[in-house]
Design a protein around this ligand. Structure first.
Ligand code: ATP
Ligand code: MG
Length: 180
């Protein structure tokens, strides 16, 4: 499984449609300070179902919508679409390519789509949890978080690695079984 492309429109600093294409392996985004590199990562977290404004470096969830700038007026909605290559079947849907999309209107609320069909947040989360991706998982390491990892205790580090490796759901199932 690898990320194929990310398309953003009206999300944070990206007023017009902006498309990023990724190759398998390592990809880098470079640019001057304030040019929107972290916003690309925020878009990735957001389309994967990120909840809570602080996860997206904003004061409110609506801060993800382009607020105007460089002579352009504010927009009424943000939309991000992520296309994932699923030829190895990591995600439990019978498609070699999976598209996840999230749209938010300034009136509030988010709409999700999986391969163009309306979906609930829980559908997106369930699809991603098997692949160790998604909400509250540390497959995305933000600016400043690295310090936390380097200076954390051995137990904290182990927890992060286990989360990134997708072991958390097994632990949850294990403790569920234990308490039965
Ligand atoms: P650095 O190298 O300092 O980490 P960066 O490339 O990661 O910078 P970002 O943090 O991604 O930069 O982008 C910051 C820019 O995004 C700021 O100019 C900010 O005004 C703009 N921005 C963030 N949210 C919005 C929004 N809702 N509408 C318009 N612009 C926004
Ligand atoms: Mg940054």
């Amino acid at each position: 499984m690898h990320l194929k492309s990310l398309s953003v429109r009206g999300f944070k600093s990206f007023a017009s449609v902006t498309m990023f294409e990724f190759e398998p392996g390592l990809n880098a985004i470079v640019g001057p300070n304030g040019s929107g590199k972290s916003n690309v990562v925020d878009a990735l977290a957001w389309v994967l179902g990120a909840q809570g404004a602080s996860a997206l470096r904003g004061g409110s969830m609506k801060d993800v919508i382009f607020a105007g700038g460089s002579g352009r007026p504010a927009l009424g909605r943000a939309r991000v679409e992520l296309v994932i290559d699923n030829t190895d079947g990591s995600l439990a849907l019978p498609y070699t390519e999976i598209s996840l999309a999230r749209t938010m209107f300034s009136a509030g609320g988010s709409d999700y789509e999986i391969n163009g069909n309306p979906a609930r947040l829980s559908d997106v989360q369930e699809l991603l949890s098997d692949a160790g991706l998604g909400r509250e998982l540390h497959s995305l390491v933000g600016q400043g978080q690295l310090d936390k990892i380097l200076h954390g205790s051995a137990a904290d580090r182990r927890e992060l690695i286990e989360e990134a490796a997708g072991l958390v759901k097994y632990r949850k199932r294990q403790s569920k079984t234990a308490t039965r």
